[in-house]
Structures are given as C-alpha cells and as structure tokens.
Design a protein around this ligand. Structure first.
Ligand code: GLN
Ligand code: ZN
Length: 767
C-alpha cells in the first residue's frame, strides 16, 4: 500500500481574501448572510478540489470557519454565555459574531469574549467561557453539513475538530475563573464528542481528526488523568470511524506512552518543531500495532521549500519502529499564505525557494511518493534532484559589514545607564507630564482615502511629493484632534505605514516582499509578513522625517514610533539557514540606528513596539530562557541602551499574559510599557504588584478590537481597578492597542471618554 498523505487544515480566507471581504461586507450591511454563505461554500469547494487534484488522501473538512475554530467548537458544545443568547439573534452566525466582536445595538450591549494567541502563532482564538456544565450538548450541525457538502462534490473528507482536552484547557469559567474539571463536565464534553463520532459513523466518514495541540505543553497535576478519562469514553464510541489524534507546535514525549496505549488509529506528531523528542519517544515506547504514525514533515509555519532528503530521513526513522507511517503537514496550513502563484514581484530565482499552502500540497505528495520509492527510483527522480539543488550552494551572499558589527558587540552595548529609577525621575522633570498621563499606542484609523493614496503612489499615479503632502495633512489633522480632546503624549498617527513590520522591512536591507501572501490573524484580519532573505541592516533613516515633522507641529511631546527587533522577526518569515538569535541581533542594530537618529532629531519619547515578544515564548517552560528570553530581552536592550537618560523609552505588547515572565519584561529596561488588558481580566496587575514591577505601565483601559464605544464611567472604573494594584505614579492611561483598524466614528468618542475619565480620577486624587 502506498504511503497515505494527510493535510491537517487548509487556509480558509481565500486566495484573494474573499471570505474577509464578504464577511466585512455583511457587518457593514453591504451584503446579506446568504451572500456570505455562498462565498464560503465556493471557497470550501475550491479548496477541497485543489487538495483532491494534488492527490491528497485525507483532506480536511470543518477546518473552515467564519471567525475561529475554537469559537466554533464552543458553539458546537453549546458553550454560549447567557448574555449572548439573550440577544436572541435569529441566525446562529450573528450569535457567533457577537461573541467574537461584541455587540452594541437595539438588541443590547455586550463586550466580546477575550481573544488570545493560538500557541506560538500570530493567529488569535476566542476564549470559550463556560458558565456551567449543565447546558453542554451537541448544538450545531456544522461539521456534518460540511462533510456532506464535500461528499456531494465527490470528496470524502476527514472531518477535523479541536479535541476536548485542548478545548477544556483553553476555556475559562465565568469571570475568568479557572475551570474545575469535575466529573460532570468531563462526562458532558466526552458525550458530545462520542455523539459526533456516532454521527460520522452513520455518514460514512473513514477518519476523524481530533486536534490536541495543548498536549505539547507541560502537564499540570491531573492533566494526564483528564486526557485519559476523556478519550477512554470517546474511543469507546468510535465504531467504524478511525480516530487520528493530532498534535502540533511541539512534542508530546511526556504523554506519548499513555497516548500510545489508548488505541488511537492515528497519532499525528510534529516532526518539525518537536522533532528530537517525538522521535525519541516513538523509539522508546514503540507504536501500537493498530496505530499509524502521521509524520508531520511539511512545515505549516514557514514558507521555505521542504528539504525532501530531511523529510525522507524522518519517515525512515519512524519506519524503524513501525511500518504504519503516513505523511502529513506538521500543523494546519492555516498559518501560511495561499499560493506563490502571482508573486511576480519576486524574481523566479528567489521564488523557487518558497512553498505556500498550495505548493506544500505538492511537496507532501512528492515526499509520500519518494517514501515508497526504491533506491534506484530515488536516484532517477527529477523531483528529488530539483529539490536537492535548492539546498546545494549558498542562496544569499552574506554582508560582511553586518557580521563584523554583530561580532564587535560587547556586554556594555546591552546595558542602559543610569538605572531606571534615576532615569524616571529625570524624565518626569524633563517631560512635565501630569499624573496618569494619557496617550495612544501609535496608529489612528486608516481611512480608505489613506490606503487609496498609498495605492496611487505605488502605481505611479501621484508623485512622492504629492503623497508626502497628503500624509502631512493627515498628521496635522490628527495632531489637532489629539490636542482638542486633551491627550498628553501625542503620536503622528502612522498614516505612512501599511503595516508595522512590512513598513520597516521595506526600509531595511535583506528583506523580500509579497503581493498577496496574506495569513489570517484574527477573524477577518490578515497580515502579510515580509521575508527575511539576507543579512539585515538599515538602508536609510526610516521614520525620522515624519516624527520630526510631527514634533514641529505641536508644543506637546510627540512620541516616536518604531517596531522592535523581536517583533519584526516574529512577524516576518525568518530565515532557516541562520538562528533567530542572529537575525534578531542584526535587526536590533538596524533599529538602534533609528532610535539614535530620532533622538538627535529632538524626539524625547520613543516607543519601540514589541507587540509579538510574548507570542513566541516557547511552550515548554524549560525552553523559555535558554531558547528565547536569554537573547530576545537583551536584543531589546541593545536597541535603546545608547539614548540619553532623559529620553523616555516606551514599549508596547499586544498581550497581557506575561504574568510568568514579568521579571523578564522588566529586564527589557524600558521606561514605560503599554499592553492589552481590557478584553480579559486584570490578573496581570497582581503580577505587576507582586513582582514590584519597575517599568511604568499603561494597562489598556478599553478594547480596540471591538467596535463598541466604552463609556467614561466604564473607563473610570477600570482606572480605579488599576490603581488598586499599582502605584499611581507609575500608571499611564491608554487604549489597549493601535487604532488603525477602527473607524473615526468610534475612535474619537472613545478617546474623549478616556481623557475625561483620566481627568476625573486625577481631580479626585488631587483633592
Ligand atoms: N504602534 C502600533 C500601532 O499603533 C502598534 C500596533 C500593535 O501593537 N499591533 O498600530
Ligand atoms: Zn498592540
């Protein structure tokens, strides 16, 4: 029998982001739900056919989603908090969107569920909130409908669901409580999955894939028991359907023995990120006779071509233990762009090094064919030879100047003087800010007009001078508006930027850019990461002119706005031929040049965004420092260590989950940090309190990911919550992230409420 091929999941947003456009159209009232459904069905059909034509055996269904697959799972299990049900929408889709985005209208006013990053990716999931285990029941036909839909098109799919263990580990109780995994809850959840299996058995499914990425995390007491009790019940119901337990983003060595004994028909292992540990576990504990190992060899997290020789070696290593091996994507392909087709801006010589989702299908198939080939057939294989050629010889010419600069760094380059406490005093005097200073995170709404103007510049329809004038007018208006509503530290608004990473990449040596390589980030939002192609250095000053212009237009302090090295790397496609540490150092030196130029141009406050620093924290605790923080934190310090004591360095993080690394965040030695804190709970404030956090901080006082406008009272209440845990001298008042994706209609009233709330609290404190 030939080696089976399996895809864990496929991007759903569409080659040209069709799903994004139609859903956003629906939200704006430009099209109806029927149109959304029609587009969704077209996309599913196209994606299934593509996979079928590529010769993939196990093609996923139910990997589609209108917003997020974990939210779909919550709805499937009827884990819908009452406040959303009470809105009483006719369509389940509207309930779904209200959970994801919040709702403000004639039916009521509710905030959205929290959103968090999906393991170490830049994809965000919606955190399910389980009020009680009583209502848990099978509540949606989505997985079955999509299976039937594919079947009618002649594609017998492998339905995919997020498994019960991962679901329960990621869900929270009401008021952000940790869940108790009592018997009632475990039985109720297991019963729904058992029912799902039964239905798929009736419908004629051959395989069901249950994704359990949470298994790659360290286990807490009780976790293994929880997993076992869920799956003992579920597997008892499987009848004719084969169950594939799929894991990714790391290894499951600490639970492999248990998993192997449970009698799954398939175990999916990531041989990319968890390679050594997973291979070791397989050879140590063996593979049950009824089980097939799904060898995850095609990287779902990066876009470089697969090295076939390496993949074949991995398949061989598993074959030493069992003959039952299938080849698979290492994770869902959700996290890579659709296709390299149409990327005409990249020379063919370079483009051939990349494989996006569609190209990865061919890679998967080719690896499977080669895995079955004899030695002679391999020698004669043109596919193998062509692949090998990509890895022979050097792809990029190194830049010796960059290497020299990195090599010349000393310990002092990573330390800013004097100590922060002293700096904070000097800065307070120099900047003359009030108590509870107000500011924003950097960007203001990017209207259609701004994007249209940029497009015109790109197409050569307007001159650079005309474009610059246009941007200056935007900056002027934005400054005026900020002054009017009374913000303390102003920003220029970032109108010149398409994206906080791509914009910098465009002004650095060593990057490549795509036209259409979008990846889903949250809901309908997509990002288009640039590609690190060679050694990185700054080509020319990047933001200095804009910031200096903005500062010249106001008496207020103008905050310069940069993206930090760790974030640039984490939100780019990194090289695979040198380490992340090395690439980050190169980036840090480039941004350091920019920081010093901004300072020289009279900018007194400089924000260096490290929005993505927390995102790539390794999933296993033992890896946190050695594999990441030990170089990521110093890289940030390298960026700002040479500024004057009075220059205030801010940073921003799109995350509040840094309780465990609070000391490392402090060790970045910024003067001020702002972060997301409004969509979830404020437990991070306890950590700030307990750790005697030295950095001044602005825990976001409202959620910018939702279109709703917070009231002044709401923000005031939030500020008092913050003041319970933080020294008032260290508190900043700001939204929780940049405002770029919002409209002016909600942004300005929200900020007015923010300023009013800060002033009201200030007045009461001063009494
Ligand atoms: N300065 C950026 C902005 O305001 C930060 C964005 C982010 O944190 N993702 O857009
Ligand atoms: Zn942010």
């Amino acid at each position: 029998m030939s080696t089976l091929t399996s895809v864990s999941g496929f991007p759903r947003i569409g080659q040209n982001r069709e799903l994004k456009k139609i859903i956003e159209g629906y939200w704006k009232g430009a099209n109806d739900l029927a149109a959304v459904k029609a587009t969704a069905a077209e996309l599913r059909a196209k994606h299934w056919k593509l996979q079928q034509n590529a010769g993939i055996d196990l093609i996923p269904s139910n990997d589609f989603s209108y917003f997020d697959q974990l939210l779909d799972t919550a709805i499937l299990l009827n884990v819908i908090p009452k406040r959303y049900e009470r809105l009483a929408f006719e369509n389940q889709e509207d309930t779904l969107f209200s959970m994801a985005r919040g709702y403000q209208g004639d039916k009521g006013d509710v905030t959205a569920l929290p959103m968090k990053k999906w393991f170490t990716t830049n994809y965000h999931y919606i955190v399910p909130e389980l009020e009680s285990s009583e209502g848990i029941k099978l509540n949606s036909t989505k997985p079955f409908d999509e299976f039937n839909e594919a079947k009618a098109l002649g594609v017998l799919t492998k339905p995919v669901l997020i498994g019960p263990y991962t679901f329960l580990k990621l869900a929270r109780g009401a008021n952000a409580q940790k869940l108790e995994y009592d018997k009632g809850l475990v039985n109720a959840v297991a019963a729904v999955y058992a029912e799902v299996l039964g239905k798929f058995n009736e419908l004629g499914a051959q395989w069901l894939q249950l994704d359990e990425p949470y298994l790659v995390l360290d286990k807490e007491p009780g976790d293994v028991e929880l997993f076992k009790s869920l799956y003992t019940k579920i597997l008892a119901a499987k009848a004719g359907v084969k169950v594939l337990l799929n894991t990714y983003f790391g290894h499951i060595a600490d639970i492999y023995e248990t998993v192997n004994l449970l009698g799954f028909d398939g175990i999916g292992l990531d041989l990319n990120e968890g390679r050594e540990e997973n291979l070791e576990a397989v050879s140590k504990y063996g593979v049950a006779s009824e089980t097939t190992i799904f060898a995850g060899v095609i990287n779902g997290r990066n876009i470089w071509r697969n090295n076939y020789a390496t993949s074949l070696g991995l398949v061989d290593a598993i074959k030493q233990v069992t003959a039952n091996v299938a080849v698979s994507t290492a994770s869902s392909l959700l996290h890579v762009p659709f296709s390299t087709e149409g990327e005409t801006g990249i020379p063919a010589e370079d483009l051939k090094h990349f494989a996006f989702a569609v190209e990865k299908l061919d890679e998967l198939k080719e690896v499977a064919v080669l895995a079955d080939a004899t030695e002679d057939e391999k020698k004669a294989s043109a596919a193998l030879a062509a692949n090998q050629a990509l890895f022979d010889g050097t792809r990029v010419a190194a830049d010796p100047a960059v290497a020299e600069r990195v090599a010349g760094l000393t310990a002092d380059d990573f330390v800013r003087q004097p100590a922060r406490e002293e700096r904070q005093k000097l800065q307070r005097e120099a900047l003359g800010l009030p108590l509870l200073p107000t500011t924003t995170i950097g960007s203001f709404p990017q209207s259609k007009e701004v994007r249209a103007e940029r497009a015109k510049l790109r197409k050569g329809e307007i001159t650079k001078e005309a474009y610059d004038e246009f941007i200056k007018a935007q900056i002027d208006a934005c400054i005026k508006h900020q002054e009017e509503i009374g913000l303390d530290v102003l920003v220029h608004g970032e109108f010149e930027r398409n994206d906080m990473v791509e914009y910098f990449g465009q002004n650095l040596n060593g990057f490549l850019f795509t036209k259409n390589a979008w990846v889903q980030s949250y809901g309908t939002r997509c990002v288009k990461p640039p590609i690190v192609w060679g050694d990185v250095s700054r080509a020319k000053p990047i933001t200095v002119e804009w910031s200096a212009y903005a500062q010249s237009r106001t008496e207020h302090v103008m905050k310069g706005m940069l993206t930090g090295p760790v974030t640039i790397l984490n939100w780019s496609w990194p090289r695979e031929d040198i380490t992340h540490e090395e690439q980050t150092k190169q980036l840090a030196l480039a941004i350091r040049d920019e920081v010093l130029d901004l300072e020289a141009a009279g900018i007194k406050v400089i924000q260096i965004d490290e929005a993505a620093l927390r995102e790539k924290l390794p999933l296993r605790k033992s890896d946190w420092h050695v594999k990441y923080l030990d170089w990521a934190v110093p890289a940030f310090r390298l960026v700002h260590s040479a500024v004057k004591p009075t220059t205030q360095i801010h940073t921003h993080m799109c995350y509040s989950e840094f309780n465990d690394i609070i000391r490392d965040i402090d060790a970045m030695d910024a003067d001020v940090i702002s972060f997301e804190a409004s969509r979830g709970d404020l437990v991070v404030l306890d950590a700030i309190h307990d750790a005697h956090f030295e950095t001044e901080a602005g825990p976001g006082v409202y959620d910018i990911h939702s279109p709703r406008i917070p009231s002044e009272q709401e923000i005031e209440d939030r500020i008092y919550e913050i003041l319970k845990k933080m020294n008032v001298e260290k508190v900043w008042i700001n939204p929780d992230c940049g405002l770029k994706t919002r409209g002016n209609a909600e942004t300005w009233p929200s900020l007015e409420h923010l300023v009013a709330a800060a002033k009201a609290v200030r007045a009461k404190l001063e009494k």
